[in-house]
Design a binder for this molecule. Sequence first.
Ligand code: NAD
Length: 725
Amino acid sequence: MTESTTIRWEQDDTGVVTLVLDDPNQSANTMNQAFRDSLAVITDRLEAERDSIRGVILTSAKKTFFAGGDLRDLIRVTPETAQELFDGGLAVKRDLRRIETLGKPVVAAINGAALGGGFELALACHHRIALDTPGTRIGCPEVTLGLLPGGGGVVRTVRLLGIADALLKVLLQGTQYNARRARDNGLVHEVAESPEELIAKARAFIDAHPESRQPWDTPGYKIPGGTPAHPKFAANLPAFPANLRKQTNGAPYPAPRNILAAAVEGSQVDFETAQVIEARYFVELAAGQISKNMIQAFFFDLQAVNSGANRPKGVEPRQVRKVAVLGAGMMGAGIAYACARAGIDVVLKDVSAEAAAKGKGYSEKLCAKAVAKGRTTQEKADALLARITPTAETADLAGCDAVIEAVFEDTALKHKVFQEIESVVAPDALLCSNTSTLPITTLAEGVERQADFIGLHFFSPVDKMPLVEIIKGERTGEEALARAFDLVRQINKTPIVVNDSRGFFTSRVIGHFLNEGVAMVGEGVEPASVEQAAAQAGYPAKVLSLMDELTLTLPRKIRAETRRAVEEAGGTWTAHPAETVVDRMVDEFGRTGRSGGAGFYDYTEDGKRAGLWPGLREHFTKPGHDIPFRDMQERMLFAEALDTVRLLEEGVLTSVADANIGSVLGIGFPGWTGGVLQYINGYEGGLPGFVARARELAERYGDRFTPPALLVAKAEKGETFTDAR
Ligand code: NAD
């Protein structure tokens, strides 16, 4: 006989049954086979012993309530095994339906995170109470993994909140609410301050509602706000596709579309049919490639990267207490804020007290905004600001156990500022530079303790961008690498680790995206089509507009330096077709980008984009030179992916997860791909398909698309890009 291995049955003498979710083989409860079996056993028993039961409390013995679908199972679903997933899902739905129609009050006592499947379990309960702890997160984040809530989450949120709120507040954005916001938005009924109160409130509900049923099982029930058949609702429906377009930028994210369809179609039929509709749309997503890409990147790779797969083993973890930030410009100011927010004391140094104070002013602005929006309290904001000491005095850096330098991009200047401070800070302080282009090994030559010197490449704006690229110089020690890793985690960012090379990983690879977009303009392709191609490929910023943001002069400077380095090393420089376009834009037309008031776009007086510069069509566009839209998109995607493989070959990158995460979080490689190397893995026809297509692009557009040897070898051996862990 099957027994329940993951749900414990505890019954007291008043007839209240507490079902304790407690998978003995995992740190969190998931919707694996053991759970599905247990749920069936428990449901049978509830029905069999119904008459002796007064009510049911569902809670968990783990830190989280329930973690949702088992992603290790989901990533393996193929079109061949899809039917099995469909059947298994319907069985769970049937059991949950049996519990919610038991005729006895069932209460979810949500003692921690209830995301996805966890929230779906809670939705099948008549009453939901959430414990107000920092770990409590409630919602349906499936959309962020290319999926939809397939355990009744679409069917029930639509019936609970109405189609519009279910879609906008829960399903389409995947918002994760804390306990209070979950209550304010109608996802749970009550909040409890302590575990004792949680259970007491659950019991009180049972006492007060001996015959609970769901709103949707109550006679006369109607979906709040109406259904598409309702004239009032029909008037609002056209807003949804527009909302979807805005959310996905026209890129190939199938989940929002399936969610919308499941919600709307499911609202027009009875509960049971709606469950089947939801299951079909769910299985279609789970069997497709894009959910696999997104699960790989946003779950497995992210977990590997953040949990320290690349951190040197055996170095004791260390926390930074006081950090020196050198340079209070755009980056230094942002870094100071990020550190202070994480509770680290910051000494923010610039050339004058005024410049340093101005840098702190940036944190003051961010704090005021956060307070105004209710994201933090005045007290916390004041405490954060009190941790930042602006100064122009080197002596104030005494005792700092880490230094992050963010002065102008100039090797001699960086050497000078490190010389000034090295003897003042703690004798073993970690020495970091936020350079975006200068070789770390050369910068390290300016300090005494070269083993403690490392690159810490933040992205702008620092408060929003989650990634930090850690760059190991030739003489950087393992201890410094571990400490840099710990510091990045301490400020709640995601660290990827690369070896020193010009442009590191991120700056070098994003350059290929920009170059490809610009080159197409030079070939005579309509500039608006180039922008559209980037957007529809899923890039968060259109290629020419991004070029304007970064300025057209910066890539020229980097190109000149790189070219000099290549030629000094005895190599030959291969010009990229984008170069002549950039040169003409700057030299002939004086258009240097947004900060110069004119670039590929025109700008208004106050710096707003005012449309593509009409001169582009006049000077570059050749009617009839359009190329297939798919080629436009794939030239950008392939240019980045192929160079990433070269970086693996060169040993600059050493981890596939780092490449995937770094590309999506750092440089806007489209999320639906699961990152730059997962894009190759998931390409139609796998690696051989990707190689064949790269050769086709090389034939049409140039040698830079010729697949590197590593890629060809892997394709021939039937391998994919994965980390051996
Ligand atoms: P910025 O011009 O905004 O700021 C530089 C600051 O350094 C100025 O406030 C300047 O007064 C100060 N400074 C100059 N000499 C100094 C000295 N001797 N002591 C102390 N302070 C001094 O520049 P930024 O955009 O913040 O860039 C800083 C560094 O970060 C550069 O190395 C840059 O390459 C790198 N970076 C920039 C970005 C970006 O998007 N802007 C992204 C990643 C990395």
